[in-house]
Design a protein. Sequence first.
Length: 441
Amino acid sequence: MKKFSVTIAGGGSTFTPGIILMLLDNLDRFPIRKLKLYDNDKERQAIVAGACEVVLKEKAPDIEFCATTDTKEAFTDIDFVMAHIRVGKYAMRELDEKIPLEYNVLGQETCGPGGISYGMRSIGGVIEILDYMEKYSPSAWMLNYSNPAAIVAEATRKLRPNSKILNICDMPIGIEVRMAEILGLKSRKEMKTRYYGLNHFGWWTDIRDNDGNDLMPKLKEHVAKHGYIMDKGGTQETEASWYDTFSKAKDVYALDPDTLPNTYLKYYLFQDYVVKHSDKKYTRANEVIDGREKFVFGECRKVIKQQSTKGCALKVDDHASYIVDLATAIAYNSQARMFLIVENNGAIENFDSTAMVEIPCIVGSNGPEPLVVGKIPQFQKGLMEQQVSVEKLVVEAWAEKSYLKLWQAITLSKTVPSASVAKNILDDLIKVNKEYWPQLK
Ligand code: NAD
Ligand code: G6P
Ligand code: MN
């Protein structure tokens, strides 16, 4: 069996240890000969890498391992890049979230002005990695889940149309895990689902078990009452902010009882509620800094110090195994069915054929073959046209260094009340993003 060489870009990410443990758990179906970490922050990556080295020595000493900030070393002789970079790190996420809130506009990592701001930083970072990959390993594939995935996907479609990059998101998977639990199934893979939309902006239209029985009625009954929260306990412990998001899905659902919604729609459909329930001084970025980041880096330091994983609380990121599903689909031409962010190209009949949409695809060695969705209703079409225009304008603004287009993008976002508020937010964002955005004219 062929063994693969993989580079994780954003090696210093809080998700890297969990993903490496997951890869080690999946070696029987995705054998690895070489694993490299790449990041542009040497010190941050060194902590994660130091711990991963110990993990690999214990669990898979045959895998060649290195961590580097050198692009030639990182991208030579590889089959896959798994990319999860965060340009500007949590310090900039915090500003993305807090600046809009000063104007009573929601502050979110990927939605509204915060997501637009993050997009303007991410486009260059992701394209740079894609270019290095193509330079040093022209036949490799990049599996990207760096956010904001919608804007990054539109940027690579427009600026690197022939590149082997696949953009993917774990939110539909996370929600399907909850659906399976609500239904009492062992795994989300016991469901066959149909879904369409944009990234962080979509709806399920059909959910069946493997015998073809319709599971939507039971799910709808639950979601109408509890959102995606389990009524009797359940194993889905989560932080308060995520609990609220999963619970709020019941109100999002009420707007279209024919479908089941992605939780991210709450930011567009209930923006006033979101602002009211935000703490302007302590946003999700602060929660993550005090929670996940502290925990992961604390555990990594422990492992390095004792040169052993004994008593280490870092866990396998099981739900990230969708990344292996995607890599094996390409490597072994498995024709797996999965949701990817791809060019519409007629799949949604009554929607912009150049839009990047999140829909089911069959994935094989040549990449994804999108499945036909057909016509979508006016409500979704209207929302999606507005949102996709925001995403396209951001990419145009980045490519043309256009202040005007970025102002239009923020103004068009459903989360923003007026062009004057949009301008205030934009001008504040420009000030703090000097190091990361192109200089706008
Ligand atoms: P993090 O800040 O802990 O890690 C990101 C790493 O990227 C940092 O170590 C940083 O130094 C590095 N980095 C920044 N710019 C870089 C560049 N230009 N080149 C190389 N490395 C660079 O962030 P995190 O919370 O672990 O999240 C990582 C990313 O994964 C984010 O983009 C997040 O939104 C994304 N994510 C996506 C999904 C999805 O569904 N698509 C799910 C989870 C996380
Ligand atoms: C989900 C989304 C990701 C997003 C993440 C945010 O997994 O699909 O796109 O990055 O949530 O999580 P965080 O814990 O960083 O707020
Ligand atoms: Mn996502």
